[in-house]
Design a protein. Structure first.
Length: 251
């Protein structure tokens, strides 16, 4: 699932919410802060250490947009190289972070240790497959390709009209000047009630490993129907409930 947070200029990030999201999405963390002439990034597998570093940097540079990302791995190895954000096309003036699982055309080939987002940033998006992201057609093309996924881009490249972009913004939500790609930062509300680690929803009568709201599997950590667990009987029981939104609504 992952969680991606965008912080507006002038807004102080809520480090407690970042930490909650990091605990549910523990496979690596990263930030980017726009400081005027450049973008400063940081990556770590240690969430508390990186959040403290991010908060300190943000205090010194509060006037630009910023982002923070915590990863729940689906593709690629679980190390610093696959922690968001990623430089776009080798140009450190532009970085991106993403929440979701991208289309098959950027999934890693056998033996490729990169994540889907890293491949998109390094190989696919630099070719400008959708044209200018400042155009309606370019933005629409990228958002259609993303599907239900979300993506944030920060840049100091003058080729862009803006310093920050949120793609599929409507699929996340705003809280006090920060945009969150999903609700996983709310996990503590259901900590003692077995809430879903992906979407945070609590279902007291849940049976089996799959969340009845988003389809996330607690065993293999993949969304239904991409679950790779052998419990086919359990999947058939879920299919009988006819909750078709599992196939699409993973936010």
């Amino acid at each position: 699932m992952c969680i991606l947070t965008f912080i507006k200029p002038g807004i102080t990030p809520d480090t407690d919410l970042l930490m909650r999201g990091a605990l549910v999405n523990p496979d690596g963390h990263g930030y980017a802060v726009h400081i005027g002439e450049e973008i400063v990034t940081g990556h770590s597998l240690d969430a508390p250490e990186l959040i403290a570093e991010f908060a300190k940097l943000r205090t010194r540079h509060p006037d630009g947009p910023a982002l923070f990302h915590s990863r729940l791995a689906t593709h690629g190895v679980e190390d610093l190289s696959n922690c968001h954000p990623f430089v776009v096309g080798g140009d450190e003036r532009t970085v991106l972070a993403h929440n979701g699982i991208l289309p098959d055309n950027v999934h890693p080939a056998k033996g490729d240790p990169r994540s889907d987002t890293r491949i998109a940033a390094e190989d696919f998006l630099p070719r400008r497959p959708f044209g200018s992201l400042d155009s309606w057609a370019g933005r629409d093309g990228l958002e259609r390709w993303l599907g239900r996924d979300k993506l944030v881009l920060l840049t100091v490249d003058p080729a862009y009209k803006h310093s920050a972009y949120i793609f599929n913004e409507h699929r996340g939500h705003w809280v006090a000047g920060s945009w969150y790609s999903n609700d996983t930062y709310r996990w503590r509300l259901w900590l003692d009630e077995a809430g879903c680690e992906a979407c945070g929803e609590y279902e007291p009568d849940k049976f089996g490993p799959h969340c009845p709201t988003c389809g996330h599997c607690e065993e293999c950590r993949r969304p239904f129907p991409a679950c790779v667990c052998p419990d086919l009987d359990g999947l058939e029981r879920y299919a009988d409930l006819e909750l078709d939104h599992w196939l699409y609504d993973t936010t």
